[in-house]
Design a protein around this ligand. Structure first.
Ligand code: ADP
Length: 280
């Protein structure tokens, strides 16, 4: 801590970047990325529970950003349910140097780091306790030589200790909240809002996945799990509902076959617009 820091202390850690001993904000746990890494912006993709399509949304955002010409990486922080390498058809192992890890790169140029590219056998279950998992995720940030405009973090589902670690250790520019209509949407959104507020991270907006099923004959939208709940939760919290994605078996097939980069869907373009901002 420099003398100047002490003298200039505003006693408001949320507006000060110095890491001094009296820091009280959770930001004090922030870690530096690898010195050789280049990471311009970091976005987390969160959900209330598993299976709502968080990895699907993360993958699609990466594909769309890549198509706009950005260098993109995905950190698969969903360590106990890693599905990103599969979606991108990545089955090789990550290569390490003496003090760093290099991300795997998909056919379309998306950089990926996941526990699945480190395990000897990608079908091995990860049966580690929270702190070990947290340590691995931390290394995905501190030890990986990313070279990206956008790093997307596929967060563990929920607000458990691994999520908390990510929030505390990685400087997120924003989070995207993925819900599905069969979720307890208003509770999920409320938890995400509170967590984001506590951590001082802005919410980019909400994505409702599996919103409806388009009738294969007439195209009419069938709202299997009811309509309007996410919209209402978004309104209540002053958030934007940026996209409502239909159930699309073709997308699930592309993920299963490792070909998500061939997707046609543009449903998440409004999310990408917000992430990229007006400078494009
Ligand atoms: P999470 O990351 O939230 O656990 P996933 O993204 O892995 O969820 O999605 C769970 C399963 O549902 C996967 O098999 C995925 O391919 C499928 N899926 C997700 N979203 C859709 C969708 N909109 N249409 C069809 N299948 C989907």
């Amino acid at each position: 801590m420099s003398e100047a820091t002490v003298e200039n202390c505003t006693h408001n850690c949320s507006t000060c970047g110095e890491s001094c001993a009296s820091r009280t904000s959770p930001q004090s746990f922030l870690k530096e990325h690898h010195p050789d890494a280049v990471v311009r912006r970091v976005y987390g993709v969160v959900s209330g529970k598993g299976g709502v399509g968080k990895s699907m949304v993360t993958s699609q955002l990466a594909v769309l950003l890549r198509r706009r010409g950005y260098a993109v990486g995905i950190m698969d922080a969903d360590v106990t349910g890693p599905s990103i390498p599969q979606a991108f058809g990545i089955h090789e192992k990550a290569v390490g140097t003496e003090n760093a890890l290099l991300p795997c790169v998909s056919k379309g140029g998306v950089q990926v780091m996941s526990i699945n590219v480190l395990l000897d056998d990608e079908t091995d279950p990860v049966i580690w306790r929270g702190p070990v998992i947290g340590g691995v995720v931390q290394q995905f940030w501190t030890d990986v030589i990313w070279d990206v405009d956008f790093l997307l973090v596929d967060m563990p589902p929920g607000t458990g200790d691994v999520s908390l670690n990510v929030f505390q250790q990685i400087p997120l520019d924003g989070i995207i909240v993925v819900t599905s209509p069969q979720d307890l949407v208003s509770m999920v959104v409320e938890k995400a809002v509170k967590m984001a507020e506590k951590m001082g991270v802005p919410i980019v907006g909400l994505v409702e996945n599996m919103s409806y099923l388009p009738c294969p004959d007439c195209g009419k939208k069938i709202y299997l799990f009811g309509e309007g709940k996410t919209e209402e939760a978004a309104r209540r919290h002053g958030l934007a509902l940026l996209s409502q994605m239909p159930i699309d078996p073709a997308l699930a097939k592309l993920v299963d076959e490792g070909r998500i980069e061939q997707m046609q869907s543009t449903a998440l373009e409004p999310v990408v617009d917000v992430m990229v901002g007006p400078q494009e």
